[in-house]
Write a protein that binds this ligand. Sequence first.
Ligand code: C5P
Length: 405
Amino acid sequence: MFVVVGVTGGIAAYKTVHLVRRLIGEGHEVHVVPTEDALRFVGKPTWEAISRNPVTTSVHEDVATVRHVSLGQRADLVIVAPATANTLAKMAAGLADDLLGTTLLATTAPVVVAPAMHTEMWRHLATQENMRVLRSRGVHVVGPADGPLTGGDSGPGRMSEPDEIADAALAVVTAAEPGRAQDLAGLRVVVSAGGTREPLDPVRFLGNRSSGRQGVALAVAAADRGAEVTLVAAHIDGEVLGGLSDRVRVVSVGTALEMRDAVTDAASVADVVVMAAAVADYRPAAVAESKLTKETQGDRLTLELVENPDIVAGLAAGRMPGQTIVAFAAETSSGDELLERARRKRERKDVDLLVVNEVGWTRGFESADNEVVVIDRSGEVAAQASGSKREVADAVWDAVVTARR
Ligand code: C5P
């Protein structure tokens, strides 16, 4: 694929080096178009070396190749990362006073922007109005994430991580591919994702390491394949949610009981429910009104936990005719034992498909990749997939489509 990466004048430009490396690593032809300001952060030699292509910023260079429009014309995808408030404003106004500006006007390819700026600038009505205009023109927006900013302050405005941007941008192109299977069209789908948190007191909780990435990938893949999607999200970083398309309805929840209510509500009209969330099996029997302290607890603290309802088992027990229920299982065992445990779990929960993956201290969580096995009602392996969480998501949907036939 021919990808143009526009880089504008923000400190996050250094992270875009990784984005370009990843795209090159995946075999794409990448042309970097920095603004003059961007070159104050990361210089031309870096972009040229990393993209293996010449880099210019002005419309007056390399005129013989009519570069000011040819890059945009040839592009299959344009990514602007970081996209400063100034560049977003110029894009909204259609200004073309440099090579990036002319490229953006000359292209009909999907455009993905990854805004990066201080929170105040992001929240300013001028920026928000520009974002509205850009979105209405079909520009895809990834992030910004909520987190530490360069000035030592914190809030929304941080550029999304390069891998998030790459995943979202490549998914936009895949979704736009003519002839892409719309095999989930007409289906209402619920995906749960993230990890629930069970409060102990006003400031502490019992939680888990689920990032929600696999669930978000499932939601986006379902939307790309034509489904109407509700994502029930428990504690998913804005950065991870940033890649969501506008077609996914997001319901945010905190605890397992909140997740049960939201999922049950959405499932009442759904054709498929995929429980990818890591739901706490237990919650504290009582939540302390005020912070537990060493003064009141002494040198040993015993917590009493009570079992949470098994949401997916409850859904499966009360499923509507024709409804497909999919559960996930994260297991620390491997090989035959993993499969045996998965078969038993599928039976116990009475779900149509069980997606099982091996996890451990260093596997499964927080990473961009995943490896799963899908078990069907007969106990057979219906699908096996490894790769990006998007690839795994598509394999799970393929198995759902097969199971519904
Ligand atoms: O039994 P285990 O927790 O391993 O099962 C995992 C699957 O069950 C996941 O799909 C998870 O979303 C779901 N689950 C649930 N309610 C719970 C615990 C897990 O729906 N209380």
